[in-house]
Design a protein around this ligand. Structure first.
Ligand SMILES: [Zn+2]
Length: 112
């Protein structure tokens, strides 16, 4: 039954393609920051944090308006030298802030 065999072979190929595509997608396409349009970086979540995620996407652009305005915002509200960067939770697809205390904060944990 050559027909059946060929169909099966095709089905397996489609399945393999799907698996490969799925595996490569998160690495290939970095999401863009909604505030500045730059590619966000994969950032390893510290073990000590309360977040359950393994990693987040974070915008590390030092000129990102979200980050730039964060300094003024926190200073006005809390008189503290700190800001926040835009963070994307890859599991829920939701954006949120991640607090930083300097321009270089968190940069050691960038995965790629
Ligand atoms: Zn940004």
């Amino acid at each position: 039954m050559p027909d059946k065999k060929a169909r099966l072979g095709h089905r397996v190929r489609v399945w393999i393609d799907k698996v490969l595509q799925h595996k490569e997608m998160p690495d290939k396409k970095a999401p863009l920051c909604p505030h500045c349009g730059q590619e966000m970086k994969k950032w390893k979540v510290p073990i000590a944090s309360t977040w359950a995620n393994e990693f987040f996407y974070v915008c590390f652009n030092d000129e990102c308006p979200y980050f730039v305005q964060g300094w003024e915002h926190i200073w006005e509200q809390q008189a503290t030298k700190a800001s926040y960067r835009c963070r994307l939770d890859p599991d829920t697809g939701k954006y949120g802030p991640v607090p930083v205390w300097s321009y270089d904060a968190l940069k050691n944990d960038i995965i790629d």
